[in-house]
Design a protein around this ligand. Sequence first.
Ligand code: ATP
Length: 514
Amino acid sequence: MAQQEDQLKYVISHAKEYGYIFPSSDIYDGLSATYDYGQNGVLLKNNIKEYWWKSMIQLHENIVGIDAAIFMHPTTWKASGHIDAFNDPMIDNKDSKKRYRADVLVEDHIAKIEAKIEKEITKAAKRFGDEFDAEMFKKTNPRVQRYLIEINEISSRLAKSLTDNDLADVKLLIEELGIADPVSGSKNWTDVRQFNLMFGTQLGSVAEQSQTLYLRPETAQGIFVNFLNVQRTGRMKVPFGIAQIGKAFRNEIVARQFIFRMREFEQMEMQFFVTPGTELEAYEAWKQKRMQWHLNLGLGEANYRFHNHEKLAHYANAAADIEFNFPFGFKELEGIHSRTDFDLRQHEQHSGKKLQYFDPEQQKNYIPYVIETSIGLDRMFLAVFSSALKNEELEDGSERVVLKIPAALAPIKAAILPLIKKDGLPELAHQILNDLKFDFNIEFDEKDSIGKRYRRHDAIGTPFCITIDHDSLENQTVTVRDRDSMSQERISIENLRSYLSKRVSLNALLKNLE
Ligand code: ATP
């Protein structure tokens, strides 16, 4: 645990030091769960957006994008169920005065039992050596079996009491499991209460006529209310999708995990409309497609896993999360949900407008079913950033900090470094920069020794350093140093563009998806 906290602290301080993420309103000591993206952060974020957007819009003939307003008609949230049911169960510790999400306390307890299972497996693996079969061991070892039954019982009970809105039972479960406040160790809990996560605000300046508006807690509803507009004007045929990237707001009860859980964040969502009856096939296909999108970045297969939901929302007939191994363990990065026709049907009822599709093949009208893929842009940022940050020991015994961000996502693609500040080297460096700047984001850097500049760009995550030396003036070649292997090669200046293109362009990454 302490190690995980240290790792997260390290990520946070590196993100601040290298211009990726600052606490919001830093000079006023920040605002909890709100962050600003700095000069490098905004570039990484935009590159992630572009990777997602193009993979959806450009690579699919039947997916289009929109950008809906953050404010929506208040009835939207009645129809979607957010006014009545967008709640999290909260509980306070009477001694420490700390507030927690009751379900998260129970989930953390389950994670501790899972950790015990992992420990048993590691121990056994050592004992049995090469012959060890972890799956078989899990199935047959009595102690592991007991742990698994315990986990199952706790999850089912939590799922049932949350579905039944039986908050007294959630509290009883916390007491029966002996869960203590992680900060103070106290078990002196208040009752569990529901807390609505939407931020409300007033529209209009005259108090009597004002209307409560909500800052959208998800971007999806902007897509549903535009279903007909897009279908008709785009002459879209089912199956088709609508994608959107935008801000969402949730008044989270606890937000202590850096940009993992913020009160203002960004979502990248796509709603895919299909013929009723074909939704589970489409759901499976999107699960695989989304996982492929992640694996394509090369952050390591072992960092991802699916978590299939046991407790389904009342409108869903299948749901799974893609979880990522964050500095604080495996947590949800993206959700893939089969939402039936719930949303369109609700909006049809509340608006009185028909939200149906005429299927020319079946010669009939129906409300399409929906598969949703929903990923938090900030969580994706954290996944890329935290898994890329490495402390490497080098052959000569020295250490380096390096941010191995996939080159196509890196904020700065290359740094141009004149070896010294005279003899015409800075001028040649600027000439090269001015030629390449239309294709790549490149930084000119002449301060400090070359070694220090390499280290600085390792820490920023710049995939290539291009060094200009005296030979460059003679033979029009430069040294290109690779961030990850630290190997260097001599490249002619006229080949630089194609050399970089092959290695840093988003196109190559996108082509891999096909
Ligand atoms: P969690 O269980 O972690 O609260 P959720 O299931 O409520 O998440 P969804 O409503 O499915 O999340 O939202 C879709 C995606 O939006 C999530 O997978 C996550 O990546 C992102 N997301 C949700 N809440 C936040 C938040 N407070 N801060 C940052 N990203 C978020």
